[in-house]
Design a protein around this ligand. Sequence first.
Ligand code: PEP
Ligand code: MN
Length: 278
Amino acid sequence: MKPIHHAYHLASRAHQPENTVFKLGPVHIGSKDLAVIAGPCAVESEDQIHTLARAVKSAGAHVLRGGLFKPRTSPYSFQGLGMEGLDMFVEAARKNHLLTVTEILDPEHIEALYDRIDIFQVGSRNMQNFPLLKILGALDKPILLKRGLSATIEELLSAAEYILLGGNRNVILCERGIRTFQNDLRFTPDISAIPVIHRLSHLPVLLDPSHSVGDREAVLPIARAAVAAGADGIMVEVHPHPDQALSDGEQSLDPGAFSKLIAGVRLVAQAIGRKVPS
Ligand code: PEP
Ligand code: MN
């Protein structure tokens, strides 16, 4: 066995020189394929989630995102529908042949979500929730691990190591913007994290342009930039009526803008020899 030099070992390129590749529906994530995850910040109603599932599928998305339990900064903000939103979320996705991803806030919810949800998300605020990471490491389900909003890349890869160490090798990293001194946007998208992570680790890495910028006008250019920089996919917030969204409306695209985003992403992908599988 090679000696452990780093805070992380299983996550490192030194340990595994070839990319981790696994199947997410039609996408071999970690290969030349790009994964597109899209949907609302939070599941709000039957009508909202069914409309969106249809719209993002026809635009070319592979995975439907939707928060059931929302980690909100203020306890007075909408906290998500919780388990009440589960059936409508899963049904909307299945009807449109989409996979599902939702954030796990509390390990107590895992049992109820396990058979229904395809990918479990660890949100930024929980990137270093080590007991949660250890529990997810014992599962055989892909984990989407978001970078903490003030976390270094070493801290992100060390968090991934907790999951890998438990035996779960299907980890997808996600850059989602970090705190810097600029205050014109919600966070600063760290595009440079993508090539750095690819150098240090074999794990696939996505970029979430929505939380990175917090402003729907900036989502499209940052999504294109992420793909140009080598991201293995994107995760985008979409809402049928962004101005009426119960959370993160300012950064949500409507279905028309999302279709334009996918078209732009396809062009960039083609230019660098990658593709968005249909
Ligand atoms: C989300 O993607 O639903 C979310 C809450 O994002 P983050 O954890 O990156 O803030
Ligand atoms: Mn959100």
